[in-house]
Design a protein around this ligand. Structure first.
Ligand code: NOJ
Length: 554
């Protein structure tokens, strides 16, 4: 270890709240780092852990509370690291374990907590366990760690059931000896068998490995998928469903909660209020509350809200429903507008139909109106950051980055694009390497100008150096909003709606009045209040709030 290295300690540097029923995560703002696209330190065109360390001051200046890093573990990168071959090692693409320790200590020194991803639904097919399972053959204990089954049909030539992969095509692949294995994602991501005690023990140990290094929690990938219906019955893919989540015999089975109760006990062995946040696309949305019961996880992303779009009444209904669902189990709500799996909200909200939910945008699709999308996105930021609960910010959101909507097919990397035969555009558009310096090649993403996905030219004027210290820029707007949210403890507050018109959302929280104009014309603002933050320079004209804008007033 070099002189900068951290002293390994599983003890949390943060004080636990002893008297207050509040915990840090109840109101935390957590910034998602997608490591391969955040900052590159060695010039190979892929972001890395040393790149994160070098940018921690930038993050601390945003007034966030924690960072969450998407996977940086050893992986063939078939699904950008969500195909893990070794859960206890850093992939050389991202650096070393020592780089991780240095990053963690440096983040903690700045008062930033660190959450890492855990990917328990499936391993990579390059994981030792799966390699051993293929070699060991049918009926072996090595195969019992995964979901191997005989096929159907006269000689087992058909898959065991009709399940489809989320990335397109059948969810089963046949091995050379005739058995089939289940993969709800790519064929290189075999699903684990969570009814096997080996799997439970191994993941306890993986959690402890990272907790021992000092991490503050885990984002749990595909949290609703680990347990499948015991009989693996066919699914009726045409069945009507409510909400935006997944349902059926492969998702959200009641027994999955035993796992999170067990993990809750593992985390409780460590002080410092370590947390888990569920990535669980469940349907109906009421099912989400089960993941944040007192003896399970602390947070669950409220994805239903993210899918509503630019619709005042839809958002109000969604906010009230989400608060009721979490309130029922004594949890707080976790708001999110963008992440590495969805079209960035600047682009979504600028589409001709701002309530649509495309899986990606390509050059042949209707193109978003950037100016309109940015205006709405900034208004949404004032809405979301004024809501009680925790909020996640996806890297680059604070710069107003749009999706790359004209990526060439040959540049695409997402397995979803390839498995669907191009029917799904895929998620590459939201994963473009960040622009740090407009005057450098690759907009300063790394020292050599290389970027693993091409950046659109518009990223130049959105680069950090073009916004830093510039009044009215999206970056300075985010800094102001996040600081005010912290100073006024909005995340711990309460929400009271004011009577308004259908195209306006108007509420107060902790003395701050929030007004968002979703309509087509200007609206008068409430009298006698001072403007503390507009969503943009043109938000208020002659005392009236303009369409596609929002304000905070006191
Ligand atoms: C959800 C992750 O966010 C996504 O990127 C990944 O492809 C799937 N889970 C499979 O791990």
């Amino acid at each position: 270890m070099n002189s900068q290295s951290a002293v390994l300690s599983s003890e949390s540097p943060f004080l636990e709240s002893t008297e207050s029923p509040r915990s840090w995560w109840n109101d935390a703002v957590i910034y998602q780092i997608y490591p391969r696209s955040f900052a590159d330190s060695n010039g190979d065109g892929v972001g890395d852990l040393a790149g994160v360390t070098a940018r921690l001051d930038y993050l601390a200046k945003l007034s966030i509370d924690a960072i969450w890093l998407s996977p940086f573990y050893v992986s063939p990168q078939a699904d950008a690291g969500y195909d893990v071959a070794d859960y206890r090692q850093v992939d050389p693409l991202f650096g070393t374990l020592e780089d991780f320790d240095v990053m963690l200590a440096a983040a903690h020194a700045r008062g930033l907590r660190v959450i890492v991803d855990v990917v328990p639904n499936h391993t990579s097919s390059a994981h030792d366990w799966f390699v051993a399972a293929l070699a060991a053959g049918a009926g072996s204990s090595a195969r019992a760690r995964y979901m191997f089954r005989d096929g159907t049909g006269e000689s087992g030539e058909n898959p065991p059931n009709n399940w489809q992969s989320i990335f397109g095509g059948p969810a089963w692949t046949r091995t050379t000896d005739g058995e089939w294995y289940l993969h709800m994602f790519d064929s290189s991501q075999p699903d684990l068998n969570w009814r096997n005690p080996d799997v439970l023990d191994e993941f306890d140990s993986i959690l402890r490995f990272w907790l021992d290094r000092g991490v503050d929690g885990f984002r749990v990938d595909v949290a609703h998928g680990l347990i499948k219906h015991e009989d693996l019955p066919d699914h009726d893919f045409g069945a009507p469903f409510e909400g935006t989540g997944n349902f059926g015999p492969m998702w959200d089975q009641d027994d999955v909660h035993d796992i999170y109760q067990r993990w809750n006990r593992v985390l409780a062995e460590y002080g410092g209020e370590r947390i888990m946040v569920a990535e669980a696309w469940v349907s109906p949305p009421e099912r989400l509350g089960r993941y944040v019961r007192a003896d399970e996880m602390q947070q669950a992303f409220n994805f239903e809200f993210m899918t509503v779009g630019w619709d005042a009444m839809g958002l109000r209904r969604s906010i009230d429903a989400a608060r009721a669902i979490t309130g029922e189990v004594g949890a707080t709500t976790t708001w999110v507008m963008s992440n590495h799996d969805v079209v960035r909200h600047v682009s979504r909200l600028g589409l001709p139909d701002p309530t649509s939910w495309p899986k990606g945008i390509s050059a042949s699709d209707p193109q978003p109106d950037y100016t309109l999308g940015l205006s709405r996105a900034r208004a949404m930021t004032l809405l979301v950051l004024a809501l009680p609960g925790s909020a996640y910010v996806f890297e680059g959101e604070e710069l107003g980055l749009p999706d790359h909507t004209t990526l060439r097919e040959e540049d695409r990397m997402d397995p979803g694009f390839y498995r669907s035969g191009g029917l799904d555009v895929g998620r590459d558009g939201c994963r473009i390497p960040l622009p740090w310096d407009s005057s450098e090649p690759g907009f300063g993403f790394g020292p050599a100008g290389a970027t693993w996905l091409p950046q659109p030219p518009s990223f130049g004027e959105l680069a950090v150096d073009r916004q830093d210290g510039v009044e009215g820029s999206t970056l300075e707007f985010y800094r102001a909003a996040l600081l005010l949210r912290r100073e006024r403890t909005l995340g711990f507050g309460d929400l009271n709606w004011h009577v308004s018109r259908p195209s306006v959302l108007h509420f107060s929280n902790s003395g701050v009045r929030v007004v968002v104009n979703f309509g087509h014309g200007p609206i008068p603002l409430p009298h006698g209040l001072d403007l503390i933050l507009p969503s943009g320079p043109g938000a208020v004209v002659a005392g009236e709030l303009q369409p596609n804008h929002a304000v905070w007033l006191v």
